[in-house]
Design a protein around this ligand. Structure first.
Ligand code: DP6
Length: 356
């Protein structure tokens, strides 16, 4: 698909205020490796979450400066130090939303999850902001179709943070051209569709907060280390193959096969970090302790509890809703002991972003 379909026309400015909530997401097939302009080296697939989200309000006021002009507030406090990242985002997307040069923007953002929890907020925040922008664009061009609205919101969000493309819709989305869905694209995320097995409609994700500090190596730095990585090409192929294998599993609900691929992906992501140059380790001793306890628990109980990891030390525990009781007890009595200040967050698969 040609990106020119996403270039809007100019339009007479209007006063407008809108608020959107967008969730975080957790990848099952990991995106790790990219090239300009923010395109993935392999397709990925994720659960859209529900409780971990960003709420963003944008007040658009017409101005005559013909430049991108904005202020950013986080939990009500003006944050000039967040501006450079947003400025880069606006510079990237300006060609697709040229009407933005006619506005002054006040952006008010807040997260539902604690600020220093080690949970990246770039996916949910870029998704929420992109939806506010698309909401105004839809006011300017009311004939816009819903499919286009969500595709372009995902397209814009991707230019802010790759994984943000997957935080627009739910419950499961693809990002990146793949062999199993003709509709898939490197430019934006697309929903899994109606063939998803019902066990995944309300799958649980409990995030064990092993380390709430900021990461020593950012995702962006980690992606860059995939350039010239000796295992990069095999990793991209492995991810594509794992995605092709996972889709029919998520259609039939074969949980043993699901667990195998999800844990394989998590450890393969961290294997890339361990073998980058320079090498780095984001897992902590308690990350490994939890993984071993999860494996023992699964062996002892045959309950389909598994883990995945993002680019950090925290552990996402994934399990069907029907097993919630016994797994909550296991978390409270044992696994919380491996968490910083005993803390964890309860989340589950969600339906995607919504207007607040
Ligand atoms: C390990 O989307 O945070 O969570 O595109 O540089 O903003 P940028 O990176 P980001 O990378 C996410 C990496 C990951 C895997 C994933 O979400 O697929």
């Amino acid at each position: 698909m040609n990106t020119s379909v996403f270039i809007a026309s100019a339009a007479l400015p209007i006063n407008y205020t809108t608020t959107w909530e967008a969730p975080s997401n957790i990848a099952l097939i990991k995106y790790w490796g990219k090239y300009e302009p923010q395109l993935p080296k392999n397709p990925s697939l994720s659960f859209t979450l529900s409780n971990s989200k960003t709420k963003t309000k944008v007040i658009f006021t017409p101005h005559a400066k013909n430049e991108i002009d904005f202020e950013f507030f986080f939990h009500g406090i003006q944050k000039p130090d967040f501006k450079p990242k947003l400025k880069t985002f606006f510079d990237r997307i300006g060609e697709y939303i040229p009407w933005i040069f006619s506005y002054h923007l006040e952006v008010f953002s807040e997260n539902s999850f604690p600020h220093s929890s080690g949970i990246a907020s770039s996916a949910s925040s870029m998704a929420a902001l992109s939806l506010c922008l698309m909401d105004l664009e839809r006011q300017l061009f009311p004939e816009m179709e819903t499919v286009y609205f969500y595709q372009k919101a995902s397209f814009l969000a991707r230019l802010g943070s790759g994984s943000a493309a997957r935080s627009i819709q739910g419950p499961v989305t693809f990002w990146g051209k793949n062999a199993v869905r003709d509709s898939s694209s490197d430019l934006f995320a697309t929903p899994f569709g109606t063939t998803l097995h019902s066990v995944f409609d309300n799958y649980q994700d409990t995030i064990l907060l092993v380390d709430k500090g900021s990461k020593p190596v950012s995702s962006t730095q980690g992606h860059n280390l995939m350039h010239g990585h000796p295992f990069a090409e095999n990793r991209f192929l492995q991810a594509s193959n794992n995605l092709s294998a996972l889709v029919p599993i998520m259609e039939t609900g074969a949980l043993d096969d699901f667990i195998h691929l999800v844990e394989l992906e998590a450890l393969s992501l961290h294997a890339m970090m361990l073998t980058s140059s320079p090498y780095f380790i984001l897992m902590q001793p308690n990350t490994l302790a939890i993984i071993h306890r999860v494996w023992e628990f699964r062996k002892e109980t045959s309950i389909p509890l598994c883990f995945t990891l993002d680019a950090g030390a925290n552990v996402h525990l994934l399990y069907p809703k029907q097993d919630i009781g016994v797994i909550y007890s296991f978390i409270k009595e044992e696994l919380s002991g491996f968490c910083q200040s005993g803390q964890y967050l309860l989340d589950e698969v969600g339906r995607g972003a919504k207007k607040a």
